[in-house]
Every structure is written in C-alpha cells, then in structure tokens.
Design a protein around this ligand. Structure first.
Ligand code: EPU
Length: 421
C-alpha cells in the first residue's frame, strides 16, 4: 500500500492526453466472451481494475495479451464458467461476466458482490432482467448460479437506470432468440461504447444513445476490434485540478460531448473553458472560485463519480455550495478527510453543504474508495504545506498513473512504497 506525499501550491500548466475509460474497458472485455476467437480493445488504460478483469478472463480459460494499451482476448477455449469470490470481492464489475457466459454457454456461476465502502450496491435489476430472458437463477453459498437452455427475447422495463444491469442484460440479449426491448436503459457513454462493439461482433442493437434499446437476437457473434472511449472521469478530475490550482491545461484525446455537465459547472464556478478542434482547455486565474451547486444524475447529468472531486473544488470557493448525490445517497466518506485539511463541510442526508474557506492546510488523510482518493489528491494540490494521502491502492484501481500525469503538469507529488500505509 503506497502513499502519496503532495507539496501543495503549484499551478498546473501544459497539455495532457486522457487515457481510455476504466468503466468502458470493464464492460467491453467481458463482451469478448460472446464469441470464439480473438477480440481486440485499443486504448485500454493500464490500471488495477483492468488487471483484475484480466485475471478473471484467464481464470475462465481465455488467453490475454496486454501491451502498449492494446488488449487482445482469445476466447477460443474456455475451461471454466465461474468467477470466484477472491476476484469478485476485489471488483464489483466482475459481475459483468454473468450475462455473456449465460447467453453463450447456458451456465454461469458468479460470486455475489458484497457491499461497498459507501453502502449497498444491489444487483436486483441485473437478475430481474436475466430472468425475464428466461434464465433460472439461484443463490448457492454466496454464488449466483444462472442457467438457461436458450434465452428468449423479452420486454424489460428497468425501474431505475443502471449502467451495470443494462450492460449485463444487453450482453445476454444479443444471443437470445427473438427481440428484446430494454426500457429505461442506461445511456452512459461506456454503454454506448459497448453497443458499438457488440454490433461490430454481429449483434443487431438499435436505439443506441437513447433510453430504449431494441435488440434482435442473433445465433452467433464473431470476435471484433474497438477503440475504448476516453475516460470522462479522469478528464473531469484533471480539469478540476487545473482550475483549483489556478493553472491552465489543454486536454487531448477527449470527447467534450461526454463532459457537457462537468464543463458547464466548471464555467459556472468561474473557470474558463475553451473547446476547439477536439481539444479542451481549462484555466482559472486568481479570481475567486464561485460557489456552484451540483446534483448528480444519470448521463448526461453530472456524474456521481465526480461528486467527491467537486466537493474538494468547492472547499475553497467564495461562499457556500450544496452538492447532492441522487445516485449513491451515502457516498460521502471523503468529507471528514477533506475536513482534516481545514475544509468546512457538513453532510445532511444525501447532500454535502460546503462552506468555502480561504485555504486548506496539509495533513495526513486516508481514503476509502477510488473517487474519494482523487478528491484528497485534489485538495492536497492546493493545501498549504504537505499532504500525505494514504491507501493509494484505491486510486491505482481506477486512474492510470495519476501522479505522473499531475507531475508532468507541474505538481509535486512523490509516491512512497510501503506496506504500512
Ligand atoms: N441499482 C439498483 N439495482 C441494481 C443495480 C443498480 O438499485 O441492480 C441502483 C444503484 O444502487 C444506484 C443506481 O442504481 O443507485 C445506479 O447504479 P448503476 O447500476 O448504474 O452502477 P454500477 O453499474 O454498479 C457504474 C460504475 C460506477 C458508477 C455508476 C453510476 C462501472 C464498473 N461502475 O456502477 O463507477 O458510479 O455506474 O454511474 O461502470 C467508479 O468508477 O468509481 C464507479 C463507482
């Protein structure tokens, strides 16, 4: 468990390329299981959740090669239909192998993901959707066992928009007999990336980028190749870093249409956003940060995965702002830690009330999840003195070399390896 030591007070300047999206890779890789042969994913980020998914693929018997951000997965011979507890407990996205294994092989055994650092993360919608397609599902000793002779298309109305349930059900429906309609499907860009990949494999999905996906099942899919979309959460995190430190950063390999809500809020909060020829530049001079309320929602709204970072940003705004999370009501473990740096934030129900303070002061802080860690790094970048962020393994799950990227822009962050942090 490494720690990061951050010397605050250095403005970020320069140009940075955004890595491939973690949450797109994690849903694209399991889709390879739907065909026999070698599928290829370009622009895959090198981060620990991707390595965990590689372990799962290998556990199933797939051959995986990963070099220079290109991952190839050969699913010609699978030897297991089971995702074990040891791997699923590390990463909930392991659950994505359920839909494709069931659809292609008629059987899957996947450990039930447990709770997570910020409370319950149910999978009822995944299971209800698969049942609608004809799967028989039982829970045995902590494992979901799903069986089906042949899935049959159905109309699925999700009560709630869910990225994971949409991905899992979509990957099952592509090989079902007949037509499936998913109402209230997630429209997150990572799901759109998946639909494009599935169609390249020979699936027949329409309604892409809308909340109603129609899937005409096919008998067989073939392996395919796709480019992973850029990571909108990494981009948003680095944009806040640019503004918070009163710097100026140009972003390449970025899709501005995936960041509409974040860019709008950044402008509301006083940052300058220039968006030209596929590049986005974010800067903020020495004027005050304007308090800006944010309420998270499904895409294209403000992402819950940017909530912690926004709270860090607002911690030194000139006035009070309210940040409300409607997706994960308890996702506020970062608040007491940012307060250790001198911020004045209180949590009431699913909102954080952030009273801006003139400055933060360095301290030791500890994170409990990925985006919480990112918010602490952001706070450390502007805190006076030195901030130590412990338990950086959370950060390493989901950001590709974050401190190296920040340092290339002028930050002063040192990683210290060790088991005691
Ligand atoms: N939900 C249910 N039942 C379900 C599934 C979800 O009630 O069966 C609820 C959840 O409790 C939540 C809402 O639906 O209130 C949305 O959850 P969703 O299923 O969309 O989340 P997820 O698929 O488990 C993905 C990302 C998360 C991100 C959420 C929301 C991946 C691997 N994970 O999770 O990313 O926060 O969508 O956008 O794609 C992260 O990267 O830090 C991260 C947590």
């Amino acid at each position: 468990m490494d720690k990061l030591i951050i010397e605050g007070g250095h403005p970020l300047r320069g140009q940075i390329s955004i890595s491939g999206a973690k949450n797109a890779s994690l849903v694209l890789m399991p889709a390879a299981l739907l065909a026999n042969g070698v599928s290829v994913f370009r622009n895959t980020p090198e981060l620990n959740d991707v390595y965990t998914m590689i372990k799962i693929m290998k556990h199933l018997g797939a051959e995986v090669n990963f070099s220079d951000h290109v991952i190839s997965i050969d699913t010609s011979v699978l030897t297991s239909m089971e995702a074990p507890y040891e791997l699923v407990k590390k990463m909930r996205a392991s659950f994505y192998v359920l839909g494709p294994l069931l659809a292609k092989y008629g059987y899957a055994k996947v450990s039930l993901p447990g709770g997570c650092a910020w409370g319950p993360r149910p999978i009822n919608l995944h299971l209800e959707g698969l049942k609608k397609l004809g799967a028989e599902i039982e829970l045995d000793a902590g494992y979901i066992i799903a069986r089906s002779r042949k899935l049959v298309g159905a109309k699925i109305n999700f009560d709630k928009s869910s990225v994971g349930a949409t991905g899992n059900v979509l990957m099952a429906a592509v090989l079902a007999k007949g037509t499936t309609v998913i109402n209230n499907a997630a429209m997150e860009p990572e799901i759109t990336n998946l639909t494009h990949f599935l169609n390249k494999m020979g699936a027949r999905i329409s309604g892409i980028e809308t909340p109603i996906l129609t899937i005409e099942g096919v008998d067989e899919l073939k392996p395919a190749e796709i480019e992973t979309i850029p990571d909108r959460i990494e981009a948003g995190t680095l944009m806040i870093a640019a503004a918070m430190t009163r710097g100026s950063v140009t972003f390449t390999n970025i899709r501005d249409n995936h960041l509409i809500a974040v860019l709008a809020r950044l402008e509301d909060a006083g940052a300058k956003v220039l968006n030209q020829n596929g590049l986005v530049m974010v800067s903020l001079d020495n004027s005050d940060i304007i308090p800006s309320d944010v309420t998270t929602s499904i895409f294209p709204g403000f992402p819950t995965d940017m909530q912690a970072q926004w709270i860090a940003y607002m911690s030194t705004a000139f006035g009070t702002s309210t940040i409300t999370d409607t997706i994960y009501l308890d996702r506020f473990a970062h608040v007491p830690e940012i307060n250790r740096l001198g911020a004045d934030i209180t949590v009431k129900e699913n909102s954080a009330i952030v009273r801006g303070v003139p400055k933060l002061n360095g301290a030791k802080v500890m994170s409990t999840d990925l985006r919480a860690s990112a918010s602490l790094v952001l706070a450390g970048l502007i805190a006076e003195g030195t901030t130590e962020v412990l338990r950086v393994y959370h950060l390493d799950r989901g950001y590709e070399k974050l401190e190296e990227k920040l340092n290339s822009l002028g930050a002063r962050i040192q990683r210290v390896a060790g088991s005691e942090y």
